[in-house]
Design a protein. Structure first.
Length: 616
C-alpha cells in the first residue's frame, strides 16, 4: 500500500551520520511503518462497534462543561481557527520569547470539549480546529520529525530548539478522543483527516519507542498505540502497545514505583492515562495491568500528601509549581468524590470524560494528618539505588532524594509547613546566572527531620536542562554561582538575615516549625562561599555565593574542587544542632552529623562517575 502524505512538505535529508546502507534500511522501515491510510470502506472503523458506547455526559456534566468552555470561547481566534493564549514555556524547546501564541495541544483539547457538548454550531467550530491543527503535523515518514506537531502555530517545527517528540503522544491522545466518541458526527473529510493524523502519530510513537523509565510518555504512547490499534484494526500497533504495557508494568513493579517519581505534574498525567486505559482498552490483560499500575500510583500520592498544608510532600522528580497548583488540588478533590473540600472546585474540560477516582483504601491520608511517620521509597534499583525519604509530621513535611541533580524541575530537598490557607516551603537550588544549573549533582542522607547533604558538579551535565543543552567539554560561563535556600508561599515574606560567617548557622522560627541551616563548607576552586540574603517577587532566600562578578569561563574538568556540604534540622520545637564533622580525604569530602555519614568526590567529573562514587 502506498503511503499517503497530506502535509505538502518536502522530504528532509537523512542524517549524514548514518552509513548509506543504514539510511536505506531505516527509510524502508519508516515507509513500511507509515502505511496508515485507512484500509476499510466508508463508515466506522472495524473496532468502533466493539466499544461499550460513546461518551455521553449527563445534563449536569454538560452544564459544567459549558461553564469551563466560557473562557476558552473568548480565546478562540476564528482567523487562525485555534485558541490564542499568552506565551509560556519551561524555558526549552521553543525559541519564542513572549507575545501571544496559538497552541496546538490546547486547541485540540478545546475541540474535544466542543464535540462533547453535542451542539451542532460547536461541532462545526471543532471541525475547523481539527483541519487547522492537523495541517501542522509533519506527515512525511522520511522526515526526522515525522508524526509530531509544533507547540505553536507561530513556530514551525524547523524553528524549534529542538522539536518536542512528545507532541505525537499529547496530540494523539486528544485526536483519539475525537475518533472514539465523535467520529460518526464528523464530516467524511474531517473524519479521514483525523484517522490519518492518528495513524501518523501512532507510527511516530512506535518508531521512537521510549523506554519505561520515561513514565508519562511511556504510558501515553502505550495508550495511543494500543487503543488506536484496537479501534482501527491495526493489529501490529495493537500488539506493539500491549507488549509495551507489559514491559512498563514489569519494569515499574520491579522498581516499586514510577521512575518519574512522586511528581505533582507527571504522576497526575500517569494516573490520567491509566484511567483512559482502564476505560478504553478492550484487551482484558491490558485492563488488568493498567489497574495494578493505577493503584500503585494512587498509593504513592496518598503516602506523600501532607493534609495540614494540603501540599504534596517531596522529593519530586519533576515539578513546575512548588506550591501545589489549584488544578492539581481540583484533580485530587474530584478523585476523592466529595470526601474532602480543598476549596479548589473548578470546572475542567475533561472532568466528566476522564474520571480518575482514588481507591477507597487510600483516601484517609488526604483527610487527616495521621501520626508522625517516615515514608521511604526506592525509585530505581541501581547501584547505588535512588531512594526518597519523607518525614511527615503535623507541623511540617520534609523530603529528600538520596542522589540526583538540581535541574529546575527537581525538588531534591523540599520542606513544607504552615497551614492550608498559608502554606510555606523551602526549596534547595543551585543557580548559574539566576537560573537552575542542571550540572549540579545532589546527594543526601535523611533521618526524620535531619538532612545531611552535599553538592558537586558534572563535567557532562546539563546547563538549563538535563539533556537538551549539556555542557561542552565541561565549560561553564557565569557571572554568578550560588547555592540558594529559597523560601516561598507565606515564608516569602520572612525578614531573612545572612549569617556573618559561612560556618555560622542560620536559625529561623517558622511558627509551629523551627529550622536550622548549617553550611560547613562551600568551595569553588580556591574561593570559599559566603552567606547573603535577598527577597523579590514573593520569595525570600539565603544564598551561599561561590562566585559573583564579571562573566568568567570556568573549566570544570581543570578544577581541583567544586563542592558544598550542608546540614538541615527541621523540628516542631526549637533545636540547636551541633556542627557537622567535615574532612577532605583523598579527593573526597567526608561529612558526619546526627548519626549520618556522606562522602562524595570534590573534583568535577562525569555525572555517572560522581553518582556511582557517592557513599553513605
Amino acid at each position: 500500500m502506498k503511503p499517503h502524505f497530506s502535509s505538502g512538505r518536502q522530504p528532509r535529508p537523512a542524517s549524514p551520520a548514518r552509513p548509506p546502507a543504514l539510511r536505506a534500511a531505516a527509510l524502508a522501515a519508516a515507509l513500511a511503518l507509515s502505511c496508515v491510510r485507512p484500509a476499510w470502506p466508508a463508515g466506522p472503523p472495524p473496532g468502533a462497534g466493539e466499544r461499550p458506547g460513546v461518551f455521553q455526559p449527563t445534563p449536569e456534566e454538560r452544564a459544567r462543561l459549558r461553564e469551563a468552555l466560557a473562557s476558552r470561547h473568548a480565546a478562540y481566534d476564528p482567523a487562525a481557527r485555534m485558541l490564542r493564549e499568552p506565551f509560556h514555556s519551561p524555558g526549552y524547546h521553543t525559541t519564542l520569547q513572549g507575545g501571544t501564541v496559538h497552541s496546538t495541544r490546547s486547541s485540540l483539547a478545546y475541540a474535544v470539549a466542543l464535540l462533547d457538548t453535542g451542539e451542532e454550531p460547536l461541532r462545526l467550530r471543532a471541525e475547523d480546529i481539527l483541519r487547522a491543527v492537523i495541517a501542522l503535523q509533519d506527515q512525511d515518514p522520511r522526515s526526522r520529525t515525522y508524526g509530531i506537531w509544533p507547540w505553536f502555530l507561530e513556530e514551525p517545527l524547523e524553528r524549534m530548539s529542538p522539536p518536542d517528540w512528545n507532541w505525537a503522544d499529547f496530540c494523539g491522545v486528544h485526536l483519539l478522543q475525537v475518533a472514539l466518541d465523535h467520529r460518526a458526527r464528523l464530516s467524511p473529510e474531517v473524519a479521514a483527516l483525523v484517522d490519518e493524523a492518528i495513524g501518523h502519530a501512532a507510527r511516530s510513537i512506535q518508531r521512537r519507542n521510549v523506554g519505561p523509565a520515561y513514565t508519562n510518555i511511556a504510558l501515553m504512547g502505550t495508550y495511543v498505540t494500543l487503543v488506536a490499534g484496537e479501534f482501527y484494526g491495526w493489529t501490529d500497533l495493537r500488539d506493539y502497545g500491549l507488549a509495551r504495557l507489559r514491559r512498563f508494568h514489569a519494569y515499574t513493579m520491579e522498581q516499586g514505583a514510577f521512575t518519574e517519581y512522586n511528581s505533582p505534574t507527571y504522576t497526575v498525567v500517569a494516573l490520567s492515562e491509566l484511567a483512559r486505559l482502564r476505560r478504553h482498552a478492550r484487551d482484558p490483560e491490558a485492563r488488568r495491568l493498567a489497574e495494578a499500575l493505577y493503584r500503585l500510583g494512587w498509593e504513592d500520592v496518598a503516602a506523600h500528601f501532607h493534609a495540614p498544608t494540603r501540599q504534596w510532600a517531596g522529593p519530586h522528580s519533576r515539578c513546575y509549581n512548588t506550591l501545589l497548583a489549584r488544578s492539581t488540588l481540583a484533580f485530587l478533590q474530584r478523585a476523592l468524590g466529595g470526601q474532602v473540600d480543598f476549596g479548589a472546585e473548578e470546572p475542567g474540560l475533561a472532568d466528566a470524560r476522564l474520571p480518575a477516582p482514588c481507591p477507597p483504601e487510600f483516601v484517609e491520608p488526604f483527610k487527616t494528618p495521621g501520626p508522625p511517620r517516615d515514608v521511604v521509597r526506592t525509585y530505581l534499583r541501581a547501584q547505588p539505588p535512588v531512594v526518597g525519604v519523607t518525614r511527615l509530621e503535623p507541623a511540617f513535611a520534609l523530603g529528600t532524594i538520596n542522589r540526583g541533580d538540581l535541574w529546575n524541575q527537581r525538588r531534591a530537598l523540599l520542606a513544607y509547613w504552615g497551614s492550608a490557607a498559608e502554606p510555606s516551603y523551602l526549596h534547595l537550588r543551585f543557580l548559574r546566572d539566576d537560573y537552575d544549573f542542571a550540572a549540579a549533582q545532589f546527594f543526601s542522607a535523611q533521618r526524620g527531620g535531619d538532612v545531611l547533604a552535599a553538592i558537586n558538579f558534572a563535567t557532562d551535565g546539563g546547563n538549563t536542562h538535563v539533556s537538551l543543552d549539556r555542557l561542552s567539554n565541561g565549560v561553564v560561563r557565569a557571572r554568578s554561582l550560588r547555592l540558594r535556600f529559597e523560601f516561598g508561599g507565606a515564608a516569602g515574606r520572612l525578614p531573612l538575615e545572612a549569617p556573618s560567617t559561612l560556618k555560622t548557622p542560620a536559625r529561623l522560627s517558622l511558627g509551629q516549625a523551627h529550622l536550622a541551616l548549617l553550611v560547613p563548607c562551600a568551595w569553588w576552586g580556591a574561593a570559599e562561599g559566603r552567606w547573603t540574603a535577598g527577597r523579590a517577587e514573593g520569595k525570600a532566600w539565603l544564598d551561599v555565593v561561590l562566585y559573583e562578578g564579571p562573566e568568567r569561563v570556568f573549566r570544570l574538568g581543570e578544577m581541583d574542587q567544586a563542592v558544598a556540604g550542608l546540614a538541615l534540622r527541621l523540628r516542631a520545637e526549637p533545636a540547636d544542632p551541633p556542627a557537622p564533622s567535615v574532612a577532605l580525604r583523598e579527593g573526597r569530602l567526608a561529612m558526619e552529623w546526627a548519626g549520618m555519614r556522606l562522602q562524595i568526590p570534590v573534583r568535577p567529573d562525569k555525572a555517572g562517575v560522581l553518582q556511582r562514587a557517592a557513599a553513605w
